[in-house]
Write a protein that binds this ligand. Structure first.
Ligand SMILES: CC(C)(COP(=O)(O)OP(=O)(O)OC[C@H]1O[C@@H](n2cnc3c(N)ncnc32)[C@H](O)[C@@H]1OP(=O)(O)O)[C@@H](O)C(=O)NCCC(=O)NCCS
Length: 174
């Protein structure tokens, strides 16, 4: 499913039972970004429906003992046949910088391509400098900050990548 993971990690699609386990790591993994408001915002961005109806386009990475190491919640756009979308991605801070985030995206790009998708979109908070650097490094183009994009006070930066402008995924790209 994901063939270039760091040793000792295994990937599978997301499942209903993963919902509360994933919610439990969000605040730690996001470093408490934006305080209590950020915590509420993150929890509300991941209702159970993603763990029921978007499982085949989402991935979970676990350690041998079953502890969550990373996840990516993605979907194929219902309205735009050339578009796929990464809704949420997180990597255990203890594993940052080892290519896990890149491996998750590479797997999602492969899945998107195999479903005829050319573009991948995602958004992030302007305050999330790690996410902005990561997506830029992967080849995404960033928009200017979009004020109130997700509601009053919820500014966002939007990212897009055109998969047709990149060679088919190999370990050295994305
Ligand atoms: C953003 C995140 C997913 C990156 O995961 P990761 O596994 O550490 O990233 P990778 O090791 O695959 O890095 C891929 C590239 O991005 C770069 N990168 C990753 N994090 C970076 C950071 N904080 N600053 C600058 N560059 C960064 C890496 O240097 C690497 O580039 P390189 O291959 O040229 O060296 C991780 O930091 C995370 O989970 N953050 C908290 C949750 C979050 O903000 N999610 C995104 C918004 S939904």
């Amino acid at each position: 499913m994901i063939d270039d993971l760091p040793e000792g990690l295994m990937a599978r699609h997301l499942a209903d039972d993963d919902h509360l386990r994933v919610l439990a790591v969000l605040d730690t993994w996001w470093g408490g970004l934006k305080g209590e408001a950020g915590s509420t915002e993150r929890a509300l961005l991941l209702p159970r429906l993603y763990f029921q109806h978007f499982t085949t386009t989402s991935f979970l990475v676990e350690r041998g003992g079953g502890e969550i190491a990373a996840f990516l919640v993605g979907l194929l756009s219902q309205a735009e046949p050339e578009t796929a979308y990464v809704h949420f991605v997180g990597v255990d801070p203890a594993l940052h910088g080892q290519g896990l985030g890149r491996a998750l995206y590479r797997a999602f790009f492969t899945l998107a391509r195999s479903n005829g998708r050319r573009y991948v979109h995602c958004i992030t908070s302007p305050e999330n400098t790690a996410s902005r650097a990561f997506h830029t490094r992967l080849g995404f183009t960033a928009s200017a900050v979009k004020p109130d994009y997700d509601g009053p006070g919820l500014d966002r930066v939007a990212f897009t990548i055109d998969l047709s402008a990149h060679p088919v995924a190999t370990p050295s790209v994305y």
